[in-house]
Design a protein around this ligand. Structure first.
Ligand SMILES: *Cc1c(COP(=O)(O)O)cnc(C)c1O
Length: 429
């Protein structure tokens, strides 16, 4: 296609020729990285395809069930497919798991009993887990049920504190919660290999500790998943990576059959477990979303790397940096001023397919100690596998962004963020 046609439509969408030229130069340098991302996506695509074929997926599995949902073949087959993809014994994949936090809560509460202790060997868990565990006092937290918690910080260089972990494990230690992604913290994201090392160490000290990985944002970034390196449970959200942008709701718990079953008894009721839970017609999107997921994750990864390289070359701090290997889809960019993070988020919003005409503003969001700005123009509310960005309005003024259902959309969103910084005189090109 004629390049001038492409530039013309970019200009119609609001980009100036300086922004187009600057971004195009950066993109040209990334082709090798993109090839290796595509290789991982190719492998994961085939892994998922094979799991669907091996389980003889057929259109009878797309039927909706209602009521109790007994004998829901589509639901049971989806769980077999997930178990195979994650090389796990069993899986619980349900629209009744309403978010990642809920799936983690069900996995924890189903497998812990009074006097058990949880250890997090990777520092503070994701914000919402603080209330679940009871690190922050909340009604109904695990702490209220007599489950205690201990945390071992990562060392300043981001590595594991082996001695600290050894010292923290005791007779009551029952479950280790290992968060793969840094989430919105500033520590490094863990590779699956590193998670495997950590699990082997924990099991060498106390073999019956259940090792649970919070896999949010990590699925299909690598060619292996934590269940392949010893994780007993792996948990995530379907409105992130594995839903491929199509899942309208849901969470998953995969791993050892016994622990998945314990989680199921908690999600439904003791004695009922996995046998019930109507799928209500969402199964086609859960299957199709999983099928598309490797491609969508690759798009999001390319977007993250593209942004890291653009903003790094303009002198901003980026985490991970432009050259680093990736283990999740989140990109942090430190923009040094409130005006810059607001402009960035306005650019992401202006690039959205939904609600591109609305302007995000910082607001006093419950649960935060400062104003927060969020940009999201998603087909599925709150979906963060779709291009989205958010930033707390406080120093050092870091914006976190992730997602993009297609590479070309992620790319355009990032160009648009740069456009807004440029128009506001925050950067010169
Ligand atoms: C998103 C996320 C969660 C929980 O997510 P929900 O918003 O409840 O779906 C938990 N841990 C990590 C690391 C996450 O990124």
């Amino acid at each position: 296609m004629d390049k001038s046609n492409l530039n013309k439509i970019y200009e119609e969408l609001g980009l100036s020729d300086k922004v187009i030229a600057y971004c195009s130069e950066i993109e040209d340098k990334l082709s090798q990285r993109f090839i290796s991302i595509d290789k991982v996506a190719e492998f994961n695509q085939l892994k998922i395809l094979k799991a669907m074929q091996d389980n003889r997926l057929s259109d009878v599995h797309f039927a909706a069930t209602t009521g109790y949902g007994y004998n829901d073949m589509g639901r049971d087959t989806l769980e077999r497919v997930y178990a195979d993809v994650f090389r796990a014994e069993d899986a619980l994949v349900r629209p009744q798991l309403i978010s990642g936090t809920h799936a983690l809560t069900v996995a924890l509460a189903g497998n812990l009993r009074p006097h058990d202790e949880i250890i997090s060997p990777v520092g503070k868990p994701y914000d919402t887990l603080e209330g679940v565990i009871g690190i922050k006092p909340r009604k109904g937290s695990l702490a209220e049920y007599g489950i205690s918690y201990r945390q071992v910080e990562l060392l300043p260089d981001g590595s594991f504190d082996w001695d600290g972990i050894r010292a923290a494990i005791n007779d009551n230690t029952r479950l280790a919660t290992i968060q793969r992604s840094k989430g919105y913290a500033s520590r490094p994201t863990l590779s699956v290999e590193k998670i495997g090392e950590l699990i082997r160490f924990i099991k060498s000290i106390k073999p019956d500790v259940i090792c649970m990985v919070d896999n949010c944002y990590g699925e299909f970034v690598d060619a292996i998943e934590p269940t392949e390196v010893g994780a007993d449970l792996c948990v995530g959200s379907l409105i992130k990576n594995p839903g491929g942008g199509l899942a309208p709701i849901g969470g998953y718990i995969v791993g050892k059959a016994e622990y998945v079953e314990n989680a199921a008894y908690r999600l439904t009721a003791p004695g009922l477990g996995k046998e019930v839970g109507a799928s209500l017609g969402v199964l086609p999107s859960l299957y199709q979303g999983l099928f598309l997921s490797p491609q969508v994750v690759a798009a999001a990864l390319k977007g993250a790397i593209y942004a890291a390289n653009i903003y790094e070359s303009l002198g901003f701090d980026v985490l991970p940096n432009g050259a680093e290997e990736r283990h999740d889809i989140i990109q942090a960019v430190t923009l040094n001023s409130a005006e810059a993070v607001i402009a960035f988020c306005k650019g992401i919003q202006a690039a959205a397919p939904v609600d591109s005409h609305v302007t995000p503003e910082p607001w006093d969001m419950p649960g935060y100690d400062c104003d927060v700005i969020m940009a999201a123009g998603a087909f599925v509310q709150g979906s963060s596998i779709e291009l989205s960005a958010d930033a707390p309005i406080r120093p050092p003024f870091t914006v976190f962004f992730q997602g993009g259902l297609t590479w070309h959309h992620a790319k355009f969103g990032i160009m648009m963020s740069l456009q807004k910084l440029f128009e506001n005189g925050i950067i010169k090109l």
